[in-house]
Design a binder for this molecule. Structure first.
Ligand SMILES: C[S@@+](CC[C@H](N)C(=O)[O-])C[C@H]1O[C@@H](n2cnc3c(N)ncnc32)[C@H](O)[C@@H]1O
Length: 299
């Protein structure tokens, strides 16, 4: 089975505005689909750094003298680029979330479709798993993450079922969790509801919002002025952070102005509205359905 079918491939790499011998970064290397396209456009003297925290991505490392795989969380972008003497960088691409490979491997626990352990770690060496969250988090914390990260409407009822059941023994498997919460599922939207529950757990396990904020902040620090940042998001929480950061230079609140009334911007948006995949791409790749691309230039 294919590791991953890249989404918004040409649009996102076009956004990086690669012209020759530049320093490029793909912070979500995965199956390397975007990285291959970047290398096609990069000059002989250019350099591409591909970050991924998943061990499985190592097998996709590209045989090309210009490519370097950095097996790290992208929240440490600045340190590792400095270590590789790659600051300032010219352009950065982020294709957020989980790869198809991660979804399709039942043992990783990401998918509602497969039986597997409640794991969901993108980095197999991480300490926190979905099992620990389900069994050890307080009722209040569980409600908060299902509301905040999954936008689950009946989080109170959902958590009541979980907390009731876990008293009799730890909940360990994906299908076991699904069975326990089956009564909370609104009839018509079963898959959507379960996907929201799994999404919330995945975001918490991998601290996806924290990592995204760190990466965006550090992108500003490592890019040269005029450097490009191209970000593909797959749900509204991610998109909101990226949109605010590009438009206001911060993740929440209003745009700040200095003493003279000049807006404190850090990036200029290249497209005012996000770029969406064409109908044709959505037909051929289900993952593209929720994708949104935003591109910005460092001021
Ligand atoms: C949507 S896939 C990227 C697919 C890739 N663009 C391709 O064409 O094959 C996201 C990848 O980013 C990795 N990832 C997600 N969050 C990360 C983080 N904070 N640090 C490093 N890698 C991360 C995941 O392990 C996954 O392999």
């Amino acid at each position: 089975m294919e590791y991953h079918n890249p989404v918004l491939l040409h649009e996102s790499v076009d956004g990086m505005n690669i012209k020759g011998d530049e320093i490029c970064v793909d912070v979500t290397f995965g199956g390397g689909g975007h990285s291959k396209e970047i290398l096609k456009r990069l000059g002989e003297g250019g350099k591409l750094f591909g970050f991924d925290q998943d061990k499985d991505a190592e097998r996709n490392a590209l045989e090309d003298g210009r490519f370097e795989l950095v097996k790290q969380n992208f929240r440490y972008l600045k340190n590792f680029l400095r270590f590789h003497q790659a600051v300032p960088a010219d352009c950065i691409l982020a294709d957020l979330g989980v790869s198809s490979h991660q979804f399709n491997e039942g043992e990783r626990g990401f998918s509602i479709r497969f039986e597997g352990p409640l794991d969901m770690r993108m980095n197999q060496g991480g300490d926190l798993t979905a099992e620990k969250i389900i069994n050890d988090y307080s009722e209040e914390d569980l409600i908060r993450i299902f509301r905040e990260y999954g936008e689950v409407k009946n989080a109170g009822k959902l958590v009541f079922e979980i907390v009731n059941t876990r008293e009799a023994g730890r909940i360990k498997r994906t299908q076991e969790l699904i069975e326990i919460i089956e009564d909370c599922v609104p009839g018509k939207f079963r898959n959507k509801y379960l996907a929201q529950v799994f999404q919330a757990l995945r975001i918490e396990v991998n601290d996806e919002m924290g990592a995204l904020k760190d990466m965006l902040e550090q992108s500003y620090e490592v890019l040269k002025p005029g450097g490009r940042l191209s970000v593909i998001t797959y749900h509204s929480l991610e998109d909101r952070l990226v949109k605010n950061f590009f438009k206001k230079g911060k993740f929440e609140g209003e745009l700040e102005k200095d003493f003279f009334g000049n807006p404190q911007l850090r990036f200029k948006q290249i497209n005012r509205k996000p770029i969406l995949p064409a109908e044709e791409e959505i037909k051929n790749n289900n993952r593209a359905r929720s994708a949104k691309l935003r591109v910005a230039e460092k001021l």
